[in-house]
Design a protein around this ligand. Structure first.
Ligand code: FAD
Length: 374
């Protein structure tokens, strides 16, 4: 008889776990406390972002995720755009990091250093004044996460018969039972993918786990006129010191040192600036990083100003009108780990702590994790 599994949380980690289990014949039931997922998984840029990952296992995981995203999006007709990405250099030290990145990676990745004219040919949205060169990467993909996450849930229900119980908060687990108040369900295996609410179900574990919460501020600009497209997702130099993928460049510490002097306030608030475009032509821009177990619910206007101010140094959009602003909160390990996987009791596993990379890594991580256990 097929095994059955319960997954708690219908964010991308819960969906990725459900997919990997269902592919292996499990009967999967998902419990989500809200009527739909409204956590980190729908609040992000929707960037599937291999370039941020260091060459080696994490990059391989990102590329595995990307291929699974591609399959799901194609089969379920979910909007996605394989636009690639640009990191733009306006200073010699940024150009040097890009040169070193390309030299170290060109045999492994679809990446190249482009001249300003070559970059402009791919994106009419880049500021060419003072531009010294651009790191082109062809591997990044955009999804519209606020739609895609619900669409992936529907795909899992349609294709594998995954059953979703929305509006059902799980309040206690005693394997093989999960409780929502007094109602119980049972399964052979239980997976907890509860994102930033990591403390409710196993508070003692989380009190001793090296994990914190990070608040990120984001904005969306209106649909650009006349179907105007920016092409690749755009990043400035600050993103090079944010993502581990760039640590391969020997001159990165020198770049970081200059930024520490020139962009001290940006760094204090964890600001690096990226822009992606959805199918309606709207632009998603961000972000900042504030760390702590509790965050005030009020967004800081000056952080949004710093983000848009920096964006103006490398992007020329047609319409900068603000459509929305919001923040998301994600769990992040404080010991350098890239995720948290704990078998808290026999048959009960926690998968969490993917930090700012959950859209890029979850599908690959959960595929690898469940495959290794099957
Ligand atoms: C602003 C922002 C931008 C980001 N940009 C990117 C990006 O571009 N690319 C990228 O790769 N990553 C990005 N990330 C990171 C990525 O979004 C996260 O790593 C990922 O969404 C985490 O997924 P999750 O399933 O763990 O969490 P969530 O999406 O928060 O899902 C957890 C779910 O569990 C449910 N839940 C919790 N407790 C219970 C319970 N007891 N019972 C029932 N349900 C429960 C919650 O309601 C929630 O729906 C970004 C994150 C943020 C916040």
């Amino acid at each position: 008889m097929n095994k059955n599994a319960i997954v708690i949380g219908a964010g991308i980690v819960g969906l990725a776990t459900s997919r990997a289990l269902a592919m292996r014949g499990y009967k999967v039931t998902v419990f989500e406390r809200n009527e739909r997922a409204v956590g980190a998984s729908i609040r992000n840029f929707g960037m599937i972002w291999p370039i941020g990952q260091a060459t080696g296992p994490m990059y391989e995981r990102a590329m595995l995720s990307r291929s699974i995203w591609k399959t799901i999006c194609t089969e379920a007709k979910i909007w996605h755009d394989e636009v690639g990405s640009f990191h733009l250099a306006y200073h010699d030290d940024e150009l040097q990091v890009i040169e070193e990145y390309v030299a170290a990676n060109k045999q492994y990745r679809d990446c190249a250093l482009l001249t300003p004219a070559e970059a402009l040919a791919k994106s009419p949205a880049i500021k060419t004044e003072g531009l010294k060169g651009a790191l082109w990467s062809g591997e990044e993909m955009i999804i519209e996460s606020r739609e895609a996450v619900g669409q992936v849930a529907q795909y899992l229900a349609d294709k594998f018969g995954v059953e979703f119980h929305w509006n059902t908060a799980i309040s206690r687990i005693e394997h093989p039972k999960v409780y929502s108040g007094k109602t119980t369900w049972e399964a052979d295996e239980i997976y907890i993918c509860s994102g930033a609410d990591f403390e409710t179900l196993y508070p003692e574990l989380f009190a001793e786990t090296k994990i914190t919460k990070c608040k990120l501020q984001m904005m969306r600009l209106v649909s650009q006129p006349d179907g105007w497209r920016i092409g690749p997702s755009l990043c400035g130099g600050l993103s090079m010191i944010h993502y581990p993928g760039f640590q391969v460049a020997p001159s990165l510490p020198a770049l970081r040192k200059r930024y520490e002097e020139e962009y001290a306030t940006h760094l204090k608030w964890g600001i690096h600036v990226m822009a992606s475009q959805n199918g309606n032509g709207e632009l998603t821009i961000g972000d900042s990083h504030e760390y702590g177990l509790v965050h005030d619910p009020f967004d800081k206007a000056f952080i949004n100003d710093l983000i848009t101010g920096y964006l103006h140094t490398f992007a020329n959009f047609k319409d900068w009108k603000l459509l929305q602003s919001w923040h998301g909160i994600l769990p992040r390990m404080t010991n350098g780990a890239t995720e948290l996987i704990v078998d808290i009791e026999p048959g009960v596993t926690i998968i969490n702590g993917l930090g700012g990379n959950g859209m890029t890594l979850s599908l690959g991580l959960c595929e690898q994790t469940i495959a290794a256990r099957s």
